[in-house]
Design a protein around this ligand. Structure first.
Ligand SMILES: Nc1ncnc2c1ncn2[C@@H]1O[C@H](COP(=O)(O)OP(=O)(O)OP(=O)(O)O)[C@@H](O)[C@H]1O
Length: 700
């Protein structure tokens, strides 16, 4: 499908403005274990430019983007954003469009964008402005026609692959980031859609002074020339960095001329995938060639961080007393031996040839001097240009008026996050919890339980049946809710990790919203079950019924807490299921119904069985507030019935004291004590879950 490139104007839709930022990365090395993935990679991208990172599969493109986004810490090297070392505060100024399209499958495209806008755009924008912005982005990426389509998944399809990819970009565009990192945005798109997407990105970069860095696999020549700068990677090293239009010439200078009518992108990729001697020549050529990138952030910071040649030029023309030369390596943390040795080697080599270690501060005014301009101009021409942030800011008129909401800790208040996430959690969880399958299962089981214990008379003979219904109900809902909760985090984890990594909201707001948003859904099915089965078994009175329902729901909440905790701790669902199975079997065995005569040395275990407290409470409620249980006509096992029940008439009119019923299953606690223990347990487990979510598996 052909996309139309729409004119972009952020001002017209009330987009929050951002300061343009240059990205510079120097001598970036990355090692995982003993494998070196990146080795002294360097490059830069300025506002208004599109930088493409290209290279064969496995050459380190995604790893480099991860390093630039701050998700992975390089072993060596420096990454600066707008002249300052990359730090947490940059998180909301950088958007990262992942290769994978990670969304909630059952939300529509429009809902997805709306929730993103409500969470990631500042509270100072009205709901109307955010809606307008969503419409604008939908229009921009030509997604209006499918805005009400579900995102979908493999088994339940919704948006097409290309539409999902554009949705991914749309979500990030909404926040109007200063820097856009896109991992293979054109993969899976047909050539014209890919070209249109790249045109949109280029136009976005130019008009809004955005810094756009993309990884590309095999672009068409049209897409290739949409890109301003190119960083070509070969086995994790620079094979070329500079002007895209000069790459063919650079290759020709290295003795690798392109054949006529050849797609330059295909040509250069074939060369970097070529024999080792060609790869070596390219890496050597990039290191020695005019595209050396050591000086990119030169004028941004007033400190010189430069190669010896530039250092001498500055000293000569500016007559500066001293120059502190840093390579970006000396301060780096280098925990990886292999890479560290390489870095240190270069640094030592560098110091050997340039032993000067003096400091200088450039006078701001001198930036405007012809000599300064000459140097910067030369740098520009050779593709090594430095960049003045101020120039761009002034050009866009946004330097002083930029809404620096990105610097705030969160884009929205806790209350907004809680409100939006509660709504979203409800929408996401509703079709899962209240699926027709769960609904049918609940009704069928309730009817079967109702038929099994249909209108059970309240007599000693059926006492065990009534307790059987209580045991079944508490345990069935414990299992159902616990396993449902266990799966809910793994299902959401990818989306939540992505959103947390982009700094969209507090984990506390998410967790609280999850509990509140899903509460009515969690209660719906047990309530339906209760009303069907308890009514069929024989409704006692309203108070008893409602109290029993309350206890059943409290029991499900306790079970849900345990499920959430296991789900938050265990990344591996199989491990989670095993732990949950052990927990539920343990709790059933000591629940107070299956085993009455627990060995004394194991007595303590029943106090750890939460369902034991719920079961005991249901007994108390039923037998204290419900219809009394009359003694058996003969052979009663209750002493008071035996004492009183001399005649048949007497025994039938006498009911079993509640204490005797409860004492059958061990020493009971009071109703309030059981309830308090359940509530305390639930609160503590939920707090522990929050701590686990907050501190374990934290996104970088
Ligand atoms: N966590 C990791 N552990 C071990 N090796 C890794 C890890 N992450 C990446 N690698 C390796 O690093 C190399 C570069 O991976 P990366 O994903 O950056 O490549 P890429 O150029 O983006 O590839 P592609 O184009 O196929 O997506 C690969 O050989 C990969 O196997």
């Amino acid at each position: 499908m052909m996309l139309t490139v729409h004119p972009i104007s952020i001002v017209s839709v009330g987009w929050p403005r951002r300061r343009p930022l240059t990205v510079v990365f120097k001598d970036v090395s990355l090692a995982i274990g003993k494998t070196t993935i990146l080795s002294r990679v360097g490059g830069s991208c300025r506002p208004g430019e599109v930088l493409a990172i290209m290279g064969p599969s496995g050459s380190g493109k995604t790893s480099l983007l991860n390093a630039i986004s701050g998700r992975v810490k390089p072993s060596c090297g420096t990454i600066t954003i707008g002249g300052a070392p990359l730090n947490k505060r940059h998180k909301r100024q950088i958007c990262y469009v992942l290769q994978e399209d990670i969304f909630f499958a059952n939300l529509t495209l429009r809902q997805t964008l709306m929730y993103t806008a409500l969470l990631r755009l500042p509270d100072s924008m009205t709901h109307h402005e955010k809606t307008k912005l969503v419409d604008h982005v939908l229009h921009l990426l030509h997604l209006q026609h499918c805005q009400h389509t579900r995102i979908g998944e493999v088994m339940n399809r919704g948006l097409s692959g290309g539409e999902k990819k554009r949705t991914n970009i749309a979500c990030e565009l909404l926040t109007n980031p200063s820097i856009m990192l896109l991992d293979e945005p054109t993969s899976g798109l047909d050539s014209s859609t890919a070209l249109s997407l790249m045109s949109t990105l280029k136009q976005f970069a130019e008009k809004e002074h955005k810094t756009v860095i993309v990884t590309l696999h095999q672009p068409s020549s049209q897409i290739f020339y949409k890109v301003d700068r190119l960083l070509l990677l070969c086995n994790g090293q620079n094979a070329y960095f500079g002007d895209t239009r000069k790459v063919v010439e650079h290759f020709a200078n290295l003795g690798l001329p392109i054949a006529p009518h050849y797609n330059p992108a295909d040509f250069i990729l074939e060369q970097v995938k070529g024999p080792p001697e060609i790869q070596e020549r390219l890496i050597q050529g990039a290191a020695e060639g005019p595209q050396r990138i050591n000086n990119f952030n030169l004028p941004e910071s007033m400190k010189l961080q430069t190669s010896p040649s530039i250092h001498s030029l500055y000293s000569k023309y500016l007559s500066l007393p001293s120059v502190h030369v840093t390579t970006g390596v000396e301060n780096s943390q280098c925990p990886w031996d292999g890479v560290c040795t390489t870095c240190q080697h270069h640094f030592q080599e560098y110091n050997r040839t340039c032993p000067t270690d003096v400091s200088v501060t450039i006078d701001v005014d001198k930036k405007e001097s012809p000599i300064y301009n000459k140097i910067v101009g030369e740098e520009e021409d050779s593709g090594r240009s430095s960049w003045s942030e101020e120039t761009v800011s002034e050009a866009s008129g946004s330097s002083s008026t930029c809404e620096e909401y990105s610097d705030l800790q969160w884009p929205t208040s806790f209350f907004t996050q809680f409100k939006v996430l509660t709504r979203r959690n409800f929408c996401v969880a509703r079709p899962i919890i209240l699926s027709w399958l769960n609904g049918a299962q609940t009704v069928i089981l309730a009817v079967i339980a109702g038929l099994l214990w249909y209108q059970a008379p309240r007599t000693e003979e059926t006492l065990q049946d009534i307790q059987g219904w209580m045991f079944f109900s508490t345990h069935y809902w414990m299992l159902f809710i616990l396993f449902a909760a266990l799966q809910s985090f793994p299902a959401e984890r990818e989306v939540i990790t992505k959103e947390r990594a982009s700094g969209s909201y507090r984990v506390s707001a998410y967790y609280l919203a999850k509990m509140v948003g899903e509460l009515p859904l969690t209660f719906t099915l047990p309530t339906i079950y209760f009303f069907i089965s308890y009514t069929m078994m024989g409704w006692d009175n309203c108070f008893t019924g409602l109290m029993l329902l309350f206890m059943l729901l409290l029991n499900t909440l306790v079970a849900q807490s345990v499920g959430l905790l296991i789900g938050a701790v265990c990344y591996d669902l199989q491990v989670g299921i095993t732990i949950a199975a052990i927990f539920t079997l343990f709790t059933q065995l000591f629940g107070g119904y299956l085993a009455n005569r627990i060995p004394p040395w194991l007595e303590w275990a029943k106090y750890l069985s939460m369902v034991h407290y719920a079961f005991q409470n249901m007994n108390i409620i039923q037998f204290v507030y419900g219809t009394k249980i009359s003694c058996s006509r003969e052979n009663s096992r209750f002493s008071s019935c035996v004492e009183f029940g001399r005649s048949e008439e007497e025994s039938q009119s006498h009911s079993i004291p509640v204490e005797e019923i409860l004492a059958e299953r061990g020493e009971p606690l009071s109703l309030w004590m059981n309830t308090t223990i359940l509530i305390i347990f639930m609160v503590m487990v939920r707090l522990l879950t929050y701590i686990m979510l907050r501190f374990m598996h934290r996104p970088k």
